[in-house]
Design a protein around this ligand. Structure first.
Ligand SMILES: [Zn+2]
Length: 268
């Protein structure tokens, strides 16, 4: 009897030890394989820039250098025109961004630091990078910035952009990546979720039809057709539209409007 108790005790200790080793291993694996999280200070900056300013900088920057658009945008979004002009003049004379002589500009160290930080954000989190993303609706849908608008009588807020066009209009994938979700959910109706190569989750809802060739886990290229516009899910009684959402790797939804506007109007 005593030896039975002993061996039971020994087995329990062994089980506990194995569990501890497994959970340490699991935590280490999670730590090594976690999705890179975008610093929270980045997106408020990106979503608050005027899309027109982005487009202007892209057009002008093309003639300067590969990062010319980001150089210009960081400067123009930080400084008033009269302060920005002499620095932009240096760029136009062919001086690379990291050789700008800030001393002659009489800017505060804070402003200079802010410009440099913003430029790194623009280059590192490339949602505005020319030609990297596709616009999700074929033709010219109507859409406006409805981020945060009341839904269900104020029970929740709108976490995306609605793009309106005729039922059956082809819908396109904005960022190359992998198909993560397909099919029906209560609010979204027929929906497609793509995990972009940039780590973000791209959500397309209320589709009439989902492209029959799509399979969960498959790779998908930018611009590939994912389905057609409809009004399924909680859009049953509304005009046909695509609800488009962008969710960061950390689960935060961000306002897609400025990005959509830029993707639609990239200088060509
Ligand atoms: Zn919506």
């Amino acid at each position: 009897m005593k030896s039975l108790k002993n061996s039971f005790f020994q087995t329990s200790v062994l089980v506990v030890q194995i569990l501890i080793i497994l959970s340490i291993g699991w935590m280490a694996w999670k730590l090594l394989h976690r999705t890179p999280v975008v610093p929270p200070q980045v997106y408020p900056y990106l979503t608050n820039i005027s899309p027109e300013l982005v487009l202007d900088s892209q057009k002008e920057g093309e003639k300067l250098s590969e990062t010319g658009w980001a150089d210009l945008l960081a400067i123009k979004s930080t400084l008033p025109t009269e302060q920005a002009s002499p620095i932009i003049q240096q760029l136009k004379q062919g001086i690379p961004f990291n050789q700008i002589t800030w001393k002659s500009t009489a800017l505060s160290p804070n402003s200079i630091q802010e410009i440099k930080k913003r430029r790194v954000f623009l280059i590192q989190y490339p949602l505005f990078e020319p030609e990297r993303y596709a616009f999700p609706v074929q033709g010219k849908p109507w859409y406006e910035d409805s981020w945060g608008a009341d839904r269900e009588g104020g029970k929740r807020q709108h976490e995306g952009t609605d793009l309106f066009a005729l039922e059956g209009t082809p819908l396109l994938n904005v960022c190359s990546g992998k198909v993560e979700k397909l099919g029906w959910n209560r609010l979204g109706g027929e929906r497609v979720g793509i995990r972009g190569d940039d780590g973000n989750y791209y959500y397309y809802a209320h589709l009439k039809t989902i492209d029959y060739t799509l399979k969960i886990g498959q790779s998908i290229t930018k611009g590939a057709q994912i389905g057609t516009m409809g009004h399924t899910g909680d859009a049953l009684t509304t005009p046909d539209h695509l609800h488009f959402g962008i969710q960061l790797p950390d689960g935060t939804w961000i306002n897609p409007y400025p990005f959509l506007f830029v993707w639609q109007h990239y200088p060509s």
